[in-house]
Every structure is written in structure tokens, then in C-alpha cells.
Design a protein around this ligand. Structure first.
Ligand code: PMP
Length: 445
């Protein structure tokens, strides 16, 4: 630890007490990787090394790190009002932020409920689905549909919807009545830039089969990430989301898009629903809502869901018995408003759309590397999948670490590196990420 204390600007006396999330703690503490500051697309590590951020943190910070405008807005907010509950009492910034978020979403997703993370957004959406069906006298709709290789966060509802085997093995007691669609990676089209052409309708018809097996009137909602992010950038094949929408409409099932990664421009449109031309009933979001600066998530619902739930309760009672102490925290709202201002003033969603072809081409330059099994790209998001070394996930984890020491942060999930640059990245930054990926691949080959 002394080495750290000597080299890092901040004091680090011990690494023992912090039990780190999603981390091999023993391994980390033997060879820690600490970020002590960040600016734009770079982190500075504890040795003073520059590490280019190829994953926007965890897909959080399209406008780059340590934005002064956000810090100033949060400072101003905290020195004006650092906390007020949002139960029964409101503050102006939350209403303004809800309006701004709604204005980015397709109509009629016009009502926004604030939470503190993506996981909370997913669990909140689950409860909204239940509240809606109950308010319509359809309490028999208790079955949820999710998808293999889905990631919907770590709270119990999200884990229940998870299609990641590790989530399920680690915490096997989850909500009953969750059935799965197949995931959409068929391997039929490797090295695909954009949507695979094949299999969309056929894969979506899994939902139709569930309706025939269980009865469509028992199914409450289908949860999907429009592009499955945490399991490796799985882009929906053409026709897939459209067909899910169609089946949901036929059977009165709600369609929920988990846009925690794809929300706020990642695919070059404000939300993935605009990119794919499919409007869900509920959208979850987090991460880039505040450019990753302050924890915040949100759930947006259609007018009809909000109206049905709020009108169903008599006597002005609380209609939706749910909320968090920090829901719509003033500092988070200030950060969200400042982040949305930057996205708008700097035209960052358009910039993401403009940079996407260059980014795709740069990523595809790695396709002939002997370790690379597949590369999938859409918008400013790409998955580079390496052949596993006999134990799935082991090489990916080792590569993530090696890449960091080579001066680049890319989040690996299993054996897939998810490259998701900031929207402020220049071509040279994208080249740097790709060069460092190539160098690290070479070291492993
Ligand atoms: N849903 C999706 C689609 C996600 O990608 C994530 C996080 N990667 C979550 C939910 C959970 O978000 P959080 O980690 O903020 O709880």
C-alpha cells in the first residue's frame, strides 16, 4: 500500500476495507488499478499514466469526464437545496428534468418516475406493470417474459429477469413465473455492422409460442434491451422488435425497453426506440442521464399507463406505493439538466450518428486477427468477441486488465469487449482505442 500512498495524489492507506462490486477482490488488491482523475476521454491512473476510456466508463459519460458545467450546476444546487424529499413535496428541478426527458422520448411516453440506478429502474418498471394490470382488473397477468443473455441489473426483480447464467447461479431464489425468449445471437451473420437481416420474426415468435403455451392473458410484460449491452452488443435482427410489438398489442401485453445503455444517444438517436421505429409502453434509463456524474435512473411510461394507475385510486390516496428516499434528488436533477444541456448544445446525439461509420470501420479493422471471433457494431457501441481459451470468460477478464496496463479501459463481459466511446471522441481517440486493442490482442495471440 505504501507504493500507492507514495504515487497517488490521494491518500490510500489500505485497500482492505472496501469490498468492491463485481470485482475479484483478492486479485485486484494484489495489483490494483486506480483512477485518480479524469478529463474528457482520458483517465489518469495512480502511476500518473493516461488511460483512454473506450467504454465511456460503464456506458455512462458520452460528454466526457469531469464536465465543469455539470459540476457547477450540482454545486449551485447543493448550496441552494441539498435535499428535499420527493414524497408529497416537490422541487422545481425534478419537474423540469421530467419534461426534458419526456421531450426526448417518442410520444406518448410522457410520464417520468425518478430512481437512483438502472437496477432500481427495472424493479420500478416491474411494479408499474403490476400496478397497471391491477388497475385494469387484470391481476391474473403475473407472468413476465425476458430473454436469454439479458441483463437487467442486480436487484431481485432484475435478477429474476436476467438471462445471464452467473446471475442466476449466484442467486437462485428469484421471482417465479419468468419465461425466456431465445437470445438473438444466432451466429448466422458474423462481423455485422448494423442489424442482422435474418431470423428477426422467427426469434420474436418465441413470444407467440409463450402466448399459446401459457395464455396471452396471463402475461404481464416483456422486458428487452433493444440492443443487449452487457452480454456483448447483441443487435436485434431486422423485424424482431416490430414483431414483439405486434404480438404484445394482440395480447394486451406491455412491452418494456430497458434503455439503460442505449438511452441518450448511444445509437445516434435519443433512444433506441427511435432508431428502430418501435415504441414501447415503458422505457427504463440511467447512466448517461447525468453523464454518469451523479447516480440517477428513470422510468418513462405511456400516458395511458400513468392515467390508468393514477385514476384508479379513490380519495386522492397514494396510487403507486413505491419510491426511494433519494428519488429525484436535487443534485441528480441538476446534473441531469446540465448533462441534457450539453447533449443538446453540442449536438452530441448527431455527433454520435456521424461518428458511427468511422467507429464501425475502425473496429472492423480488427476482424482478421486470429483471436477475434466476431465484431458487432451499431451506433457508438460495439462488441468484440475473442475466442475463449477453454474456460469461457477467462481470456476476456485477463484482456481487460492487460488493456488497462496498455493505457485503455474497455469493459469486458465474458469474452466480449464492449467498446463504447464518448460522443466527444475524435477520430484519433477512436484510433487510439483500436490500436491498443490490437496491441493487447497481439500480446495474447
Ligand atoms: N439494465 C441494463 C440494460 C444495464 O445495462 C444495466 C447496467 N449495466 C442495468 C440495468 C443496471 O444498472 P445499474 O448498474 O445502474 O443498477
Amino acid at each position: 500500500m505504501e507504493i500507492l500512498a507514495a504515487s497517488a495524489p490521494e491518500r490510500v492507506n489500505s485497500l482492505e476495507e472496501h469490498w468492491m462490486p463485481f470485482t475479484g477482490n483478492r486479485d485486484f488488491k494484489e495489483k490494483p488499478r486506480l483512477v485518480v482523475s479524469a478529463e474528457g476521454v482520458y483517465y489518469i491512473d495512480h502511476r500518473g499514466g493516461r488511460v483512454i476510456d473506450g467504454s465511456s466508463g460503464l456506458f455512462c459519460s458520452p460528454a466526457g469526464h469531469a464536465r465543469r458545467e455539470i459540476a457547477d450546476a450540482v454545486y449551485k444546487q447543493l448550496t441552494t437545496n441539498s435535499y428535499s424529499p420527493s414524497f408529497q413535496v416537490g422541487h422545481p428541478a425534478s419537474f423540469e428534468l421530467a419534461r426534458r426527458v419526456a421531450s426526448l422520448l417518442p410520444d406518448p411516453l410522457n410520464h417520468v418516475f425518478f430512481v437512483n440506478s438502472g437496477s432500481e429502474a427495472v424493479d420500478t418498471a416491474l411494479k408499474m406493470v403490476m400496478a397497471y394490470h391491477r388497475a385494469r382488473g387484470q391481476s391474473q397477468r403475473l407472468r413476465f417474459v425476458s430473454r436469454e443473455r439479458a441483463y437487467h441489473g442486480v436487484n431481485m426483480g432484475g435478477v429474476s429477469l436476467s438471462g445471464m447464467v452467473k446471475n442466476r447461479e449466484s442467486f437462485p431464489v428469484t421471482m417465479p413465473n419468468v419465461v425466456m425468449l431465445r437470445h438473438t445471437f444466432t451466429g448466422n451473420e458474423l462481423f455485422c455492422d448494423g442489424q442482422p437481416q435474418k431470423d428477426g420474426v422467427e426469434l420474436a415468435n418465441d413470444l407467440q409460442r409463450h402466448c399459446e403455451t401459457y395464455g396471452g392473458s396471463t402475461i404481464a410484460a416483456v422486458f428487452v434491451e433493444p440492443v443487449a449491452g452487457s452480454t456483448g452488443t447483441l443487435v436485434p435482427p431486422v423485424g424482431y422488435l416490430e414483431r414483439l410489438r405486434e404480438i404484445c398489442d394482440e395480447h394486451g401485453i406491455l412491452l418494456v425497453f430497458d434503455e439503460v445503455i442505449t438511452g441518450f444517444g448511444r445509437l445516434g438517436t435519443p433512444f433506441a426506440s427511435q432508431r428502430f421505429g418501435v415504441t414501447p409502453d415503458i422505457t427504463t434509463m440511467a447512466k448517461a442521464l447525468t453523464n454518469g456524474s451523479i447516480p440517477m435512473g428513470a422510468v418513462a411510461v405511456r400516458d395511458e399507463i400513468y392515467e390508468t394507475v393514477t385514476e384508479a385510486s379513490p380519495d386522492n390516496a397514494i396510487e403507486f406505493f413505491h419510491g426511494y428516499t433519494y428519488s429525484a434528488h436535487p443534485a441528480a436533477c441538476a446534473a441531469g439538466l446540465a448533462a441534457l444541456d450539453i447533449y443538446q448544445n453540442d449536438g452530441l446525439f448527431d455527433r454520435a450518428a456521424e461518428m458511427a461509420p468511422y467507429f464501425a470501420e475502425a473496429m472492423m479493422s480488427l476482424r482478421d486477427h486470429p483471436l477475434v471471433m466476431d465484431i458487432r457494431t451499431i451506433g457508438m457501441m460495439s462488441g468484440i468477441e475473442v475466442h475463449h481459451d477453454g474456460v469461457p470468460g477467462r481470456r476476456g477478464q485477463a484482456m481487460q486488465k492487460a488493456l488497462f496496463w496498455n493505457g485503455c479501459h474497455v469493459k469486458f463481459t465474458g469474452d466480449v469487449g464492449i467498446v463504447a466511446p464518448q460522443f466527444i471522441a475524435e477520430r484519433a481517440h477512436i484510433d487510439e482505442v483500436v490500436d491498443k486493442l490490437r496491441r493487447t490482442l497481439d500480446e495474447f495471440a
